[in-house]
Ligand binder design. Structure first.
Ligand SMILES: *Cc1c(COP(=O)(O)O)cnc(C)c1O
Length: 379
């Protein structure tokens, strides 16, 4: 229990745009409550239009989208799948569902994303062993795109597909294109705390129509076109429902507003706290525009006078949620035997980082209060 009577400030709670209820009402009225229906098609079209991807399949979650992506490229047990170490488990668990071996790449300080130099080293190493990596899945961390062009330059000579984990980067851009564009496939998440949410949901996007047709097919139990149920291969029950898609249609309309507000929140914290000794913020790489899904700061405990965890606990006492940076995958007990290239950068970011409350409905007063409480933790 918190000692504070203040209403809890969450890290990144849902923020409805206003039209969601109307879309949901339409879904009720048409009785398309059950899976599929016009809202799903509409949501996919809206998302295609927004991202510039030619084809989209709306799915049950971001994790499901990545699972389907790996099925589509036929990942086999024992295959090497390269991923970012500094990410959320949903980025990596699909590789394990397929029996593949996730191999982790450390971050660079410029973007906090997959370090292309270490990726080049890893690709060379596995190619020399005759074990061509089956896919590379960089995460767009906290809404900042990985350096796709540099990554593609490494992958293209070997024909290794790029699948972007864009779960956190809806509304962000890379060299003027929407996050994920340029990859063979990109996976998005609309989980409850993401920049937009459908309560829970995800989507797989590609410019290849066959890929997305296959995604739709696999996500609906791989039923043969017969009046009875016939199956020649195993699929999944991963399709987004029509009700959930109705919420998504309302949310897509407000993505630009949400990105703008997230960026204002970041700027506020940086302005208020950036001059405190020992405090710095996640950089924005010159090649893109971050959606600043979460504002993340780094704390040099000696210079500031408090550790990130002391700050977290001080905020918690005031009923304010903050969270450590993702714990690197190569430090997870479940991956203790997996290979990592580098590792020190993501460990450092994990040790010094703290994600601050970044909800787009936070008031100026809320933000001020959080900043003041953090300042008070310093010496
Ligand atoms: C949220 C997230 C996922 C998983 O998305 P779900 O919709 O929750 O399954 C995957 N990768 C990253 C980096 C995420 O932040």
């Amino acid at each position: 229990m918190s000692a504070s009577n203040n209403k809890r400030i969450y890290l990144s709670p849902p923020h409805m745009g206003g039209n969601e209820q109307e879309y949901v009402r339409q879904a009720f009225e048409s009785n398309f409550i059950a899976p599929l229906g016009p809202m799903v098609n509409g949501f996919e079209q809206d998302f295609s239009k927004f991202t510039g991807f030619a084809h989209c399949a709306a799915l049950a979650s971001g994790t499901a989208a990545l699972h389907i992506a790996l099925r589509i490229i036929d990942v086999q047990p024992g295959d090497v799948v390269i991923a970012s170490s500094l990410t959320f488990i949903g980025s990596v668990s699909p590789a394990t569902f397929m029996g593949a071996e996730p191999v982790f790449i450390d971050s660079d300080y410029k973007s906090w994303n997959m370090d292309p130099d270490l990726l080049a080293e890893a690709v060379e190493y596995y190619i020399s062993k005759g074990l061509k990596p089956k896919a590379v899945i960089p995460t767009d961390l906290y809404g900042q795109c990985a350096d796709y062009d540099r990554i593609l330059k490494i992958l293209e000579p070997h024909g290794i597909p790029l699948i972007v984990d864009a779960a956190e980067s809806v509304g962000a851009s890379y060299k003027g294109r929407h996050a994920g564009k340029g990859a063979l496939m990109a996976a998005y998440s609309f989980n409850g705390n993401k920049i937009i949410t459908t309560s829970g949901g995800g989507l797989l996007a590609s410019d290849d129509e066959d890929i997305i047709s296959r995604a739709r097919w696999l996500s609906q139990q791989a039923k043969e076109p017969e009046p009875y149920y016939e199956h020649k291969e195993i699929g999944y029950n991963y399709r987004m429902s029509n009700l959930v898609a109705a919420v998504g249609r309302g949310q897509v309309e407000v993505i630009p507003e949400r990105v703008e507000r997230k960026r204002e929140i970041f700027d506020f914290y940086e302005r208020e706290l950036g001059s405190c000794p020992g405090i710095s913020f996640m950089p924005e790489a010159e090649y893109g525009k971050c959606n600043r899904w979460l504002t993340v700061m780094l704390v040099d405990a000696k210079a500031f006078g408090a550790t990130p965890d002391e700050i977290r606990l001080a905020l918690e006492k005031e009923n304010i949620e903050s969270r450590p940076v993702w714990k690197p995958m190569h430090k997870q007990p479940v991956f203790k035997d997996n290979t990592v290239f580098g590792g020190k950068v993501s460990e450092d970011l994990f040790n010094r980082g703290l994600c601050l409350p970044s909800g787009t409905a936070m008031t100026a007063g809320d933000l001020q209060r959080v900043a003041e409480l953090i300042k008070r933790c310093g010496k």
